[in-house]
Write a protein that binds this ligand. Sequence first.
Ligand code: ATP
Ligand code: MG
Length: 231
Amino acid sequence: MGELLRVEDLKKSYNVGRNLFWALKGISFDVEEGDFVLLYGDSGSGKSTALNIIGGMDRATSGKVFVYGQEITSFNDKQLNEYRRDYIGFVFQSYNLINNLSAKENILLVGNKPDLADKLLAEMGLEGKGNSFPTELSGGEAQRVAIARSMIKSPSILLCDEPTGALDYDNSKKVMQTLQKLNRESGVTILMVSHNTAFVPLAHKVIKLRSGSVESIICNDSPTLVEDLEW
Ligand SMILES: Nc1ncnc2c1ncn2[C@@H]1O[C@H](COP(=O)(O)OP(=O)(O)OP(=O)(O)O)[C@@H](O)[C@H]1O
Ligand SMILES: [Mg+2]
């Protein structure tokens, strides 16, 4: 498997009053194709900041991000727009579904491929839910619709920011099973952010952030199955 993502000495600062606050103090790591990577750390450690820069939704202060060898941190706005469209799937804590469109219409809004939308809904365990509206779905179902939506463009990498953050235990488990299945059976590369240490055994690589720095990187060749994990 080849290298998909490389992050090199990535820094991000914000102006807070007269001072600079460093949300990322120079982080480096890489992600191989087919990896399930967990980026975890306490609240405020810089996880979302890193994910948003990698996803082309925010700009770095310095440092580089390469995707398939292309330096996205040097892209102009138009290139970044195309990069987001062609390479990135994003799943948020808050689903971000449009309430007056059905589950299937939400998916088709991002990519008009009805057959693939049906296939993805089935893969997510949502057969028969295509015509349901977001308010008629459980949180876990809504999040799986959001995952199906993110997959309709066949992105190179799926970025997930606390995808289970708003869910109870059973729904969290279903969403994690769905993500693991996408990774194991369809080979989808996943970079997931969470502060939940319980997810550590599920990942091939675990990157721990602490106050904007990488504290540790641990690799695991045989991740645990979600079914076998209790938290
Ligand atoms: N626009 C901004 N201006 C100033 N500081 C910011 C801004 N955005 C983020 N920060 C700060 O950067 C740090 C990292 O934020 P970030 O959202 O990446 O944390 P996180 O690890 O995702 O936390 P959480 O688990 O709570 O989501 C925090 O201390 C936050 O207050
Ligand atoms: Mg965050």
